[in-house]
Design a binder for this molecule. Structure first.
Ligand code: HEM
Length: 141
């Protein structure tokens, strides 16, 4: 990611922060509309799950300048996801649901540049999670 993209993601996330809980819940509505079959994987009540997601998103956004410092946490999260039944293909749908949610929550400032910045941020985390998950699978085999 460029420093400009990092700045765009950080600034726009500040606008979401006051409504983080409802943005998180909207994310799961979007996700289950796009991928109804994913609903069965979630056992935790959605309001609680939404809180966890937004907490993690905030943690990632706060560390975009130093992503290497959170890679151990990202890898741990990936292994949990492997056990939850999240497949590599799911990451693309989750990314689409996240972008849709952000485009709704940030409708007044949403443009191609902001979309590309968020795509880059999501790709960084999703790629790290996907490879950690595949690595974990290989070691377990
Ligand atoms: C960058 C992408 C993602 C992030 C940041 C993320 C974040 C999280 C967090 C923070 C939790 C809670 C973990 C805990 O309780 O310790 C969680 C749980 C979960 N996530 Fe994700 N997630 C991502 C991608 C995905 C994908 C692609 C799927 C696939 C459908 C998925 C499905 C789940 C499921 C099934 C749970 C467990 C829910 C439960 O406890 O009932 N996540 N996720």
């Amino acid at each position: 990611m460029t420093s400009h993209q990092i700045a765009l993601v950080k600034e726009s996330f500040e606008k979401i922060r006051p409504a983080a809980q409802s943005a998180g819940e909207l994310f799961y509505l979007n996700l289950f509309e796009m991928a109804p079959q994913a609903r069965a994987l979630f056992k935790t009540p959605i309001p609680e799950q939404a809180g966890k997601l937004m907490y993690t998103l905030s943690y990632v956004v706060n560390h975009l300048h130093t992503p290497e410092t959170i890679m151990d946490d990202v890898r741990r999260l990936a292994i949990k996801h492997h056990n939850y039944g999240a497949s590599p293909g799911h990451y693309e749908i989750v990314g689409m649901a996240l972008l849709k949610t952000l485009s709704q929550g940030l409708a007044d400032i949403w443009d191609n540049e902001l979309e590309e910045a968020w795509k880059a941020a999501y790709a960084m985390v999703a790629n790290a999670m996907r490879s950690a998950s595949l690595e974990h699978e290989k070691l377990a085999a």
